[in-house]
Write a protein that binds this ligand. Structure first.
Ligand code: AR6
Length: 179
């Protein structure tokens, strides 16, 4: 599914983010930046040791913040690492922290001249954020950014599995009737 928003495109696809040829892909990392399971593990495996070397030099990342490294052996030139919130009950600032994670990735991408960026569904695996709530924040933040900035041409969500894609598509249909 592709939607034109202002000068940019918002795209929702099913797939493996490590295969994307966008300028940057986003990693759902943890605060140590030293790797882990899920999408983090897949990115480090596919991208090779250069990514971890740069992560070690950076030294860590706070929840909701974002940092950038090489894409190593990936097709993408850069990996933007962000840390989503660990979901407890929704009353510990989780929505704001998830919004910050997406927003800070987009801001960092803009500052590096990146034109196309691919996101996974941050926090919805090991960090257990309820999928449709997380999808709403992810999509609203991306739509708002594309409306307010014209430098990024493509924001693609690469969703792991058909079910996750369907949830994102349904949530997009709901929020797009609000604006
Ligand atoms: N491409 C796209 N999406 C993927 C891929 C992939 N190759 N692999 C998994 N996903 P998670 P989190 C989806 O757990 O919840 C790590 O250990 C997955 O199905 O990767 O933010 C880190 O080091 C889910 O929908 O990230 C942290 O410790 C989504 O990516 C912690 O997990 C996010 O799931 C971060 O947890």
């Amino acid at each position: 599914m592709e939607i034109k928003i202002n000068k940019g495109i918002l795209s929702l696809v099913e797939g493996d983010i490590t295969k994307q040829s966008t300028d940057a892909i986003v990693n759902a990392a943890n605060k140590s930046l030293l790797g882990g399971g899920g999408v983090d593990g897949a990115i480090h495996r596919a991208g090779g040791p250069k990514i971890l070397e740069e992560c070690i030099k950076i030294g860590g990342c706070e929840t909701g913040e974002a940092v950038i490294t090489t894409g190593g052996n990936l097709k993408a030139k850069y990996v933007i690492h962000t840390v989503g919130p660990i979901y407890r009950d929704g009353l510990h600032n989780e929505p704001k922290l998830l919004d910050n994670a997406y927003r800070n990735c987009l801001k960092l991408a803009s500052s590096k001249g990146i034109k196309s960026i691919a996101f996974p569904s941050i926090s919805t695996g090991a960090y257990r954020y309820p999928l449709s709530d997380a999808a709403e924040i992810a999509l609203k933040t991306a739509v708002e950014y594309l409306k307010e900035h014209t430098d990024i041409e493509l924001v693609r969500f690469v969703l792991f599995g058909q079910k996750t894609l369907e949830v994102y598509e349904k949530v997009y249909a709901l929020i797009s009737t609000d604006h």
